[in-house]
Ligand binder design. Structure first.
Ligand code: HEC
Length: 508
């Protein structure tokens, strides 16, 4: 209790100093003042409503935006279940909600319920192999999850305990990688300092049962969101730059996380600019900071990020991710408060606005936190300030009907993914041998476990009606989660494509 009072006191003192300065300089409007107060005390703003969403928010041409669920106070992280229900973590409420998928098509979840309550500030969620993994502020556990019923079974099994959650960035983000390991990102205790607990401000990795802890990357001040690029399996994480060095420094970051690397904090900011408060890195002889893959604007506070499955999106989203910018507090005029798309191009990573309008003339109506893409390709965004989940769809009208009053859907139409002409490598005489090799690969990598077995397999029977050889090779080159990336050679990908698509004439 004493600890809580002291941190509350510190918070209020900091807050008073900050607000005093901002008001004196005349640089802050009353609604951003209310937002600051709300944020620092963990309260919510006015609830989202349809009128605000329609009138105020913008998405790129061809996309539509809807208020999918209102009255979800303090919604933070999102995760889809294999059945298409949406899980929402709410650290501020100590619970995880389950929003049943919109099977009746009215644009809202069919129902909502509290899946688990009484948790200690749960943030990170993932689902793997029938388990729901949950990261509370000081531990990680898992519980059996029946996705058909949308219910947990039995008690939470502890996997990792004794994580520290003092100071600032106590939240824990987890994900399970294609390597079948559990990844954990946890932020720093402070704005800028040397950590006592070496696990803070790092990315860690564990076996799925929580054993074999390993710190794989350091110097990450607060990497709340991370995901793997589907085309090459590279791991990227957002990172929030430090405060109290003015409005325009340092940038927030997107880092490409490679094992063993040091990402700078607390000694370096942005593109390895030494921190004015910290002096030289005492470990300078042993490590070099890795610069960001991309800089977000200072104080924009990127939180959740997710790579997009572009099958239902326009071609420019082929290699892209969305990142939620929660918005600044340590800045004289607010900035951020939007969702941006990141595009991997030949010239590097390009940032574009995706969902904007939360910040207008200093007035703030929402703060995006996380992004998840549903099984049908629609994009869902949480907002912990307006207590809302938004749905962004491509090529649908507001009622979710495809192609009404809007450009035709680019659902990568089946036709366009069939080869216009057979690819050059396809030679009639090789087909039987290639199909044979492909069938062996299909066995070796146990493709059937997901494509023929289980409750809801992604059937490949009529694949030839949807995809051409080139498209199957592409799927294997850059699979969309949860389809894993297999270590296949170019030849092996072609052999699998032939095995899946080629239908020998009778008697051949
Ligand atoms: C862990 C489960 C899993 C395994 C194992 C797996 N896949 Fe998949 N695969 C999926 C899922 C899920 C999808 C759908 C992904 C999406 O929504 O794009 C998919 C999609 C595909 C598609 C595209 C289907 C379409 O209609 O667009 C092909 C082709 C494919 N997989 C082939 C394979 C092959 C070949 C193997 C073995 C080398 C394999 N998969 C192993 C889960 C798996």
């Amino acid at each position: 209790m004493r600890k809580i009072l002291i941190s509350l006191g510190l918070l209020l003192a900091l807050f008073a100093a900050l607000i005093g300065g901002l008001l004196a300089s005349g640089q802050i409007g009353t609604s951003s003042l209310a937002m600051l107060l709300n944020t620092m005390l963990g309260l919510s703003g006015p609830a989202a409503n349809d009128a605000t969403v329609r009138q105020r928010y913008q998405v790129p041409d061809g996309f539509t935006l809807e208020l999918y669920a209102a009255e979800v106070p303090r919604a933070r992280f999102l995760r889809f279940t294999p059945a298409g229900d949406l899980l929402v973590s709410r650290p501020g409420m100590g619970d995880i909600l389950l929003l049943r998928r919109d099977a009746d098509g009215d644009g809202h979840p069919d129902s909502r319920e509290t899946l688990i309550s009484g948790l200690d500030r749960p943030l990170g969620l993932d689902i793997h192999d029938g388990w729901l993994y949950i990261a509370e502020s000081s531990r990680i556990g898992r519980v059996r999850f029946d996705h058909d019923r949308g219910a947990v079974v039995g008690d939470i099994q502890p996997l990792v305990e004794g994580l520290t959650d003092d100071g600032n960035h106590w939240s824990k983000t987890i994900r399970i990688g294609a390597d079948q390991k559990l990844y954990l990102a946890q932020g720093s205790t402070c704005n800028i300092c040397e950590e006592e607990d070496a696990r803070r401000a790092t990315m860690m990795r564990f076996e799925l049962d929580g054993s074999q802890p390993e710190i794989i990357a350091t110097g990450l001040r607060n990497s709340v969101g991370f995901d793997w690029a589907p085309w090459n399996g590279a791991l990227y994480a957002t990172d929030n730059g430090r405060d109290m060095l003015g409005d325009d420094f340092p940038p927030c970051e997107l880092n490409r996380i490679d094992p063993g690397k040091f990402y700078g904090w607390p000694y370096f900011n942005g593109d390895n600019i030494p921190d004015p408060d910290m002096g030289a890195d005492p470990l300078a002889g042993q490590r070099q900071p890795t610069p960001p893959a991309h800089n977000f604007r200072p104080h924009n506070a990127p939180l959740g990020m997710t790579f997009l499955n572009a099958r239902t999106l326009p071609p420019e989203y082929r290699r892209s991710a969305l990142a939620a910018l929660h918005g600044s507090w340590n800045r004289s005029s607010p900035d951020g408060y939007k969702v941006v798309s990141l595009h991997w191009t030949e010239d590097g990573i390009e940032e574009r606005d995706f969902l904007t309008g939360f910040l207008q003339d200093g007035d703030i109506s929402g703060r995006p936190v996380d992004v998840a893409q549903g099984p049908d390709g629609d994009i869902f965004i949480s907002d912990d300030y307006a207590g809302a989940i938004y749905r962004v769809a491509y090529g649908k009208d507001r009622a979710g009907r495809a192609g009404m009053g809007n450009p035709a859907p680019m659902t990568v139409p089946a036709v366009s993914r069939l080869d216009a002409t057979p690819p050059g490598w396809l030679a009639e005489s090789d087909l039987p041998q290639m199909a044979h090799n492909g069938s062996e690969l299909y066995e070796r990598y146990q493709c059937r476990t997901c494509h023929e077995q289980g409750t809801n397999p992604v059937r490949l029977d009529n694949l030839a009606q949807r995809l051409g050889y080139g498209a199957v090779v592409e799927v294997l080159e850059a699979p969309q989660s949860p389809m894993p990336l297999f270590p296949l050679s170019a030849t092996e990908r072609r052999e699998l494509a032939v095995y899946l698509l080629w239908q020998p004439e009778a008697g051949e």
